[in-house]
Design a protein around this ligand. Structure first.
Ligand SMILES: *[C@@H]1O[C@H](CO)[C@@H](O)[C@H](O)[C@H]1NC(C)=O
Ligand SMILES: *[C@@H]1O[C@H](CO)[C@@H](O)[C@H](O)[C@H]1NC(C)=O
Length: 567
């Protein structure tokens, strides 16, 4: 890291503490360690230490000073770069940030405890067959690695478990074994299903929304997907469809029932949408079960959805929960996840199944992508190219939600972003183009909504573009069908497909149930539903809202019928 980057880090840490006066913190003081007496040399101190790790040179003093190894100096000489927390704060070694002095409990420690790593890469096998070596030299069975239980005495078997390092990771894509309709993969993820020519592939566009569905956004959805308008129809004569990743709190289940009736896809975005990214990244199997299967149970009950069509998941903050999330999905018959992001590449990536190893880096998901084999589709989120003018602007990192493309300020810029990314997909491998929104962003400026509608109508005039939901994408991929035959693609037109649903909502007046739950003390929340009101506001320990009489440990028994499988 350069001095400039170190300054940026210091500034960032400073900002994250919301300290008004950052001056003391913003000047990295360079220290040169004198290698005299019994002090360690810089090279010794920095051996095997990541360049971004801060550590103390001494446990004396006021606990404000830390250094890190700066290897970017001239002639490859490693130096120590120091930072000092503002007055009143101390540096927390475990969390690697400044915090109030009373909250820092590790001023007596010089550095962050280092995790032992296993010896997985040896020139010659050092252990008997089917065993691998721990960091301390012990040999244990290979299948004990990354099973969430330490088996090596130094616990190193649980410390190298990423998609790249897990010794029991899924194998690389083998196209001979992985065949449609149940399995789809390709070496770099860019291959078209069925080996179709790009010119014969319909360009699919998936519009998705994350969050609660309620009176703040239902009008927007009705306007965008208005199937009374003849120019809002797909080329096969069916209405355009979207996917709604619904979070529970503040959702109006009468509205969700109406979206489902019209053929939009309802999927889950969790029950609590807890505001703590680490909860999702590090969530246990039971957390993911209660959050996702619990949210599905609530939606099925209060939106009266009984066709088993809620089979998709998006993780809050796109914080994928690794193998635990995907194991839960397998057991609960979830068909796909739509949270893993792929960084902006030359050619976009097609959705894939996770029987084999994912074909791209685990990007921006806090590195907890699933390493094992799972019978689940990944509706990968290709990052959008946010450049305003791709012929001039230098490359900028992509963005996965449209609203995270923060440089988009005007309707005109938004329109250019939509058309440029459409061309990027259409002129290469025609991988589905995902446009992922929070409704509040689209509503923040009238011109954003107008521009989206203009784009949709323009695309629909072309006859080779379809606006479909995620399940329809999977249906197409399972039966890859050429453009000329798309008008008769039965999976999108048969009686179960809700080609074009008109008529009135199930109920014009929903029950506005004012409810409480012991789990959210002091809050009364209205749950709108065409169904009967429950006794309590459904929440994580009580997803049916029936109430729980005696206190019990989290112990969820969700009895799901075997879902109508889409795969
Ligand atoms: C849908 O289109 C019809 C026909 O133009 C119009 O009367 C109606 O107000 C529109 N609905 C919404 C919600 O925009
Ligand atoms: C719920 O759905 C079932 C099956 O589709 C239907 O028979 C019933 O009338 C619905 N109930 C309400 C209150 O909408």
């Amino acid at each position: 890291m350069t001095g400039k980057a170190a300054l940026a880090v210091a500034l960032l840490m400073c900002l994250s503490q919301a300290i008004d006066n950052c001056n003391g913190f913003m000047t990295p003081r360079e220290k040169r360690q004198a290698d005299e007496g019994d002090e360690q040399s810089v090279d010794e101190l920095c051996k095997n230490r990541p360049a971004d790790e801060y550590f103390r040179l001494s446990t004396e003093g006021d606990c404000r000073d830390v250094v890190r190894c700066d290897q970017a100096g001239e002639n490859g000489i490693t130096r120590l770069a120091g930072v000092r927390c503002p007055q009143g704060l101390a540096f927390d070694i475990d969390r690697q940030t400044c915090d109030w002095k009373t909250r820092v409990k590790n001023c007596d420690k010089l550095d962050k405890p280092r995790k032992a790593l296993p010896n997985l890469k040896t020139d010659e096998p050092v252990c008997p067959k089917d065993q691998l070596q721990c960091g301390n030299g012990e040999c244990i069975n290979k299948d004990l690695f990354c099973n969430d239980r330490p088996d090596c005495k130094d616990e190193s078997d649980e410390n190298a478990c990423s998609v790249e390092t897990d010794p029991n990771r899924a194998p690389d894509c083998d196209p001979n074994q992985c065949v449609l309709p149940d399995c789809f993969c390709s070496a770099d993820g860019t291959r078209i299903p069925g080996g179709l020519e790009p010119s014969q592939v319909p360009q699919l566009i998936t519009i998705t929304f994350n969050g609660a569905v309620n009176v703040d956004n239902m009008d927007l959805y009705e306007e965008i997907f208005n199937n009374s308008l003849p120019n809002r129809m797909n080329p096969n004569g069916c209405s355009i469809k979207g996917t709604f990743f619904v979070s529970h709190k503040y959702s109006n289940y009468a509205f969700i029932q109406e979206l489902h009736r019209k053929g939009h896809e309802i999927a889950v975005f969790s029950l609590t949408h807890k505001d703590d990214p680490k909860y999702w990244t590090g969530g246990s199997y039971d957390d993911w079960l209660a959050e996702m299967a619990g949210a599905r149970l609530i939606t099925e009950r209060f939106a009266n959805i009984s066709d088993g069509s809620i089979v998709g998941i998006r993780a809050p903050y796109l914080r994928v929960g690794g193998n635990k999330q995907f194991q839960m999905m397998e057991h609960q018959f979830f068909v796909y996840d739509a949270s893993i992001t792929a960084s902006l590449g030359r050619v976009p990536i097609w959705p894939y199944t996770l029987f084999f190893r994912m074909p791209h880096k685990c990007n921006g998901n806090a590195q907890n992508c699933p390493s094992r084999s799972h019978p689940v589709w990944e509706m990968v989120m290709n990052e959008l190219d946010r450049r305003d003018d791709p012929t001039f602007d230098e490359s900028l990192p992509g963005c996965h939600m449209v609203d995270s493309c923060s440089n988009i300020q005007t309707g005109e810029q938004f329109g250019r972003l939509l058309r440029h990314n459409f061309n990027r997909h259409f002129s290469t491998n025609r991988a589905p183009l995902g446009l992922h929104f929070h409704a509040s962003w689209l509503k923040s400026k009238r011109e954003f909504k107008d521009e989206l509608i203009k784009f949709i109508e323009e695309m629909l005039k072309r006859n080779d573009v379809y606006f479909v939901n995620m399940l329809q994408v999977i249906q197409w991929m399972q039966t890859p069908t050429e453009l000329d035959n798309m008008r008769d693609f039965t999976e999108w037109k048969d009686e179960n497909s809700k080609c074009d649903v008109k008529g009135q909502p199930f109920c014009s007046l929903s029950n506005p149930c004012p409810l409480t739950t012991r789990e959210l003390p002091g809050e009364t929340i209205r749950l709108f539903t065409c169904m009967e009101c429950p006794n309590y506001y459904p929440w994580i320990l009580d997803p049916t809202g029936d109430g729980f009489s005696t206190r019990r440990k989290r112990n969820i028994h969700l009895n799901f019928k075997n879902k109508n499988h889409y795969v």
